[in-house]
Design a protein around this ligand. Structure first.
Ligand code: SAM
Length: 295
């Protein structure tokens, strides 16, 4: 089996594949651009891309977006990814709104291994204030549907925002009680060159609740206060089929063009080798919102 290292010796084996930039929510922190890709990847392109990435050493794929469940062919996408030689795990990040019991079963039967469900508020009003659409009831039902379908462990993704949801941390953790559910508190990443006003560090949250340090169902994603660039094993494909090497760096490569070449695998390896050592450097300002890259 092939293995891919970048120029800094990091093993690259994880692909985040953004299957759409459309979303049924409009989360305040996501800064998804209003303009939509004219040309989302087709199933044929997804199949070619998955094979190519597996050939150079990708072993895990996470489907993201936009909202991946807004694609009516999401089960075919999962099936393609899961049945590509070399791919061991297919996961999805979703807001859970469309995760009915039937849908969750279909996803599981198509080959989905796990889901992360993004929920940022636990009162219907607060949920709506952040997500600006959808409903908390639907998102919470998505957790139950995923558990019933065997997509566990379910991870809840919550972006920490001071004065918005940092007072609800205990309630988020209570969602993990007595079932195979974990919660990941994610630091609010700035995509526009300066820290977000409601940013709160994981350290501050933990210092106020020292018992959290040993909680086996709680994880903190400290992408801002303690970036993990030196262990980063991931690359991204955007919904309009561009290879993006780092969330915090605008360097991108046109995969559609690459796919036309006989030496596509070599071109892909050369591109991935150039993954920047660190992201979010020197007042970085993104050329795309998070929802256009896939988070
Ligand atoms: N629609 C799906 C969802 O809601 O999970 C997938 C796309 S969303 C862009 C992927 C993840 O990125 C979500 O968990 C979301 O919370 C996270 N995210 C978006 N903007 C963020 C930001 N500025 N800082 C930290 N995480 C962010």
């Amino acid at each position: 089996m092939n293995c891919m290292n970048d120029n800094f010796g990091r093993i690259i084996n994880y692909l985040r594949l953004s299957v759409t930039d459309r979303c049924n929510l409009d989360c305040s922190y996501c800064k998804r651009a209003a303009s939509k890709s004219q040309t989302l990847m087709t199933l044929d392109e997804i199949q070619k891309i998955t094979r190519l990435f597996a050939e150079i050493g990708i072993r895990k794929i996470r489907l993201t977006g936009g909202e991946p469940l807004t694609r009516t062919d999401i089960c075919e996408i999962i099936y393609i990814c899961k049945n590509t030689e070399g791919i061991r795990e297919v996961a999805m990040t979703t807001n859970g709104i469309l995760l009915s019991p039937e849908k969750a079963k279909e996803l599981r039967n198509a080959g989905l291994d796990r889901v992360n469900i993004s929920i940022d508020g636990l009162d219907p009003g607060k949920y709506k204030q952040i997500a600006r659409a959808g409903s908390l009831t639907a998102a919470l039902s998505g957790i139950n549907a995923s558990l019933a379908a065997g997509l566990a462990p379910i991870k809840i993704n919550t972006v920490l925002m001071r004065g918005v949801n940092d007072g609800d941390i205990e309630r988020f953790i209570a969602l993990t009680d007595d079932r195979d559910v974990r919660v990941r508190f994610i630091e609010y990443m700035p995509m526009g060159g300066k820290a977000e006003e409601s940013y709160i560090s994981a350290e501050e949250v933990i210092n106020a609740r020292p018992w959290l340090k040993n909680h086996d169902k709680v994880e903190f994603i400290c992408s801002v206060s303690q970036p993990f660039c030196n262990q980063c094993n991931r690359v991204r494909v955007t919904a309009d089929c561009k290879l993006r090497l780092c969330l915090g760096n605008n360097l991108e490569f046109d995969l559609r063009e690459m796919l036309l070449r006989d030496n596509a695998a070599e071109l892909l390896r050369n591109a991935i080798a150039q993954k920047p050592q660190r992201g979010f450097c020197d007042g970085f300002v993104t050329n795309r919102g998070m929802g256009n890259i896939g988070g």
